[in-house]
Design a protein around this ligand. Structure first.
Ligand SMILES: [Zn+2]
Length: 78
């Protein structure tokens, strides 16, 4: 079970890989930043706004995924 301790909408200051679709989030774009603890480790994720919405829409049944499992902004897996 993971524990989230930071979750906010930010403007990126570098390129990041989206934790949902695996595509690049360009420097200066809006993104959701998510920091959490899982299995004793600290992790952080960046997501496109539309990918964050897609993730929110299926978080009730979705436990784990890998970046790139879903198309950008979609909750329908490839
Ligand atoms: Zn994305």
């Amino acid at each position: 079970m993971s524990h989230t301790f930071e979750y906010k909408n930010i403007k990126t200051r570098a390129d990041h890989v989206c934790g949902w679709c695996g595509e690049t989030i360009n420097n200066g774009d809006n993104a959701w930043f998510h920091r959490y603890v899982d299995d004793g480790g600290f992790y952080s994720d960046y997501m496109h706004p539309e990918c964050n919405s897609a993730m929110q829409s299926c978080k009730d049944w979705l436990d784990e995924w890998n970046p790139g499992d879903f198309p950008r902004g979609s909750s329908e897996a490839y």
